[in-house]
Every structure is written in structure tokens, then in C-alpha cells.
Design a protein around this ligand. Structure first.
Ligand code: Z5A
Length: 233
């Protein structure tokens, strides 16, 4: 097969609301990318529940254990750090990665908690220096449309008031609303991170087309020549 033209694989992150279709869209995007070039494409997701830290996160999400809000926040970040070298190696070897949730979920789900509402920068800090996505596609879904997709699951954050608070933090991260975030340096905000919003309240095919259009416009259909960035530089 022909040598890939770009220097490394692309790091494409999908973020989004509960039931927005991240998992559905991640696998469709992988198939589309694989059909477009000979470059290998892999799916990864966070939390990665298969590691030792991931086992602790899984127990917390299933409410089998309780943890201090800051402790679980640091575990979610540590779960990304334990995969960081593997992410870098895969990208350098030419593999494009489609990643289902990343550091933005870490900020959104923690800063949505009353105990951390004024601690946005603290929430962002542990992820400083992680491989930065080349693009983050946020699948936005209103609580009303989410409700039409069936009842909430049984995990800790699957409640309407939590989801509303999380969506508000995501909107701030993406710069979608003029909110004053006195303790959030601009570099930590999504607009500095190639953040793109897709309305996930349409058919699977329509959302997939919008996701693809964003990947294509970002110039990431066949890897990238750009050096890998770092959060939150
Ligand atoms: N969390 C955190 O707190 N801190 C962190 O650092 C990180 C995460 C990384 C578990 O995440 C929790 O961890 C999560 C955030 C928190 N809590 N919440 N909420 P997870 O990724 O393991 O679980 P999840 O986000 O709840 O993922 P999910 O269940 O896989 O949802 P999804 O990927 O967005 O959706 P889906 O599985 O593709 O689709 C859901 C359903 O909707 C399914 O029945 C589909 O058939 C249907 N669907 C999908 N697309 C459509 C369209 N377009 N129309 C109609 N129906 C659709």
C-alpha cells in the first residue's frame, strides 16, 4: 500500500452529552477514515475501565464506592496519563486515533459539581501536558431530545440536573456562551483548542455527515503534518 502522505496520525476527540451518540459516531468515523486512506485508524475511549485506575473509576460510576470529588477527578486524569505514552506512540507511528471522551469531559463533569464550581482551573491543571487533540468535535444534545432517546441509565451522573450542569460547563469550555470564568485562562478554553460543535439531535446519518465535514475541513482525513500539541499550551 502507498506510504501515508502526512507525517503522523491525527488525534480526533469526540466529546458530547449523554446519549448524544459518541460511541455510534466514533465507530462510523473510524470506518469512514479507513475507507479514505490506507492509514491505520484505532478507537480509544475514556474512561478506560480496563486498567487498575479504570477499575476504581468504574466502581465509582456504578456507585459501588464513594470518593472525594477531587480524588475521583485526579483518577480520571491519571487514567489519561497512563495511556498518554501509548497515544503518542500510535500517532507517531502513523495511526489516526478516534477518542471517545477526553480531558474536556474531565473538566465538565467535575466543574459541574457544587464543590468544584469555582475551581475550573484546578480541574484543568492535572491534564496539563497531555497530548492535545488536533480537533475536538462536541456532539451537543438538548435534555429534551436526550429524554426522547430513552430513560437514563443507572450510573452516577445519569440524572437530568447533572446533565444540565455538565452541558453548561461544556458550553463555557467551547466559548458558546458569554460566561465570565475569572479563573479560566483562555488557553484552557475550547476556542483555543479547535473545538467544533455538531448538533447531535438529528439522524445517525446526518450527524455522521456533519462529523465527517468537520474532520475534512480540519484537514485531518489522512493524518497531519502539524506537530503534536500539548494541553493547555
Ligand atoms: N467522565 C468524567 O466524569 N470524567 C472524565 O474525565 C471522563 C468521563 C473521561 C462514563 O463515560 C462517565 O464518565 C460519563 C462521563 C464521566 N458520565 N456520564 N454521563 P462513558 O463514556 O463510559 O459513558 P457515556 O458517556 O454515558 O457513554 P455512552 O453510554 O456510550 O453514550 P454515547 O456514546 O454518547 O451514545 P451511544 O452509545 O452512541 O448512543 C446512546 C443511545 O442513543 C443508543 O441507544 C443509540 O442507538 C442511540 N442513538 C445514537 N445516535 C442517535 C441518533 N442520532 N438518533 C437517535 N438515537 C441515537
Amino acid at each position: 500500500s502507498p506510504a501515508p502522505s502526512a507525517a503522523r496520525g491525527a488525534f480526533i476527540v469526540l466529546e458530547g452529552m449523554d446519549r448524544a451518540g459518541k460511541t455510534t459516531q466514533a465507530s462510523l468515523l473510524r470506518a469512514k477514515l479507513a475507507a479514505q486512506s490506507s492509514r491505520p485508524v484505532e478507537l480509544i475511549k475514556f474512561p478506560d475501565r480496563t486498567t487498575a485506575i479504570g477499575t476504581m473509576i468504574d466502581a465509582y460510576l456504578r456507585s459501588a464506592t464513594d470518593l472525594d470529588d477531587r480524588a475521583i477527578h485526579l483518577l480520571f486524569s491519571a487514567n489519561r496519563w497512563e495511556c498518554a505514552a501509548r497515544i503518542e506512540a500510535a500517532l507517531a507511528a502513523g495511526t489516526t486515533l478516534v477518542c471517545d471522551r477526553y480531558a474536556f469531559s474531565g473538566i465538565a463533569f467535575s466543574a459541574a459539581k457544587p464543590s468544584l464550581a469555582d475551581a475550573f482551573e484546578w480541574c484543568a491543571t492535572p491534564d496539563t501536558g497531555l497530548p492535545a487533540p488536533d480537533v475536538t468535535i462536541f456532539l451537543d444534545l438538548s435534555p429534551e431530545t436526550a429524554a426522547e432517546r430513552g430513560g437514563y441509565g443507572r450510573e452516577r451522573y445519569e440524572r437530568e440536573e447533572v446533565q444540565r450542569a455538565v452541558r453548561a460547563v461544556f458550553a463555557r469550555i467551547g466559548g458558546q456562551q458569554e460566561a465570565d470564568l475569572p479563573d479560566a485562562p483562555d488557553a484552557m478554553l475550547g476556542r483555543a483548542r479547535n473545538w467544533r460543535v455538531v448538533d447531535a439531535g438529528h439522524s445517525v446519518e446526518e450527524v455522521a455527515a456533519a462529523v465527517w465535514a468537520n474532520v475534512h475541513e480540519a484537514g485531518l482525513a489522512d493524518g497531519t503534518q502539524a506537530p503534536l500539541g500539548r494541553l493547555w499550551a
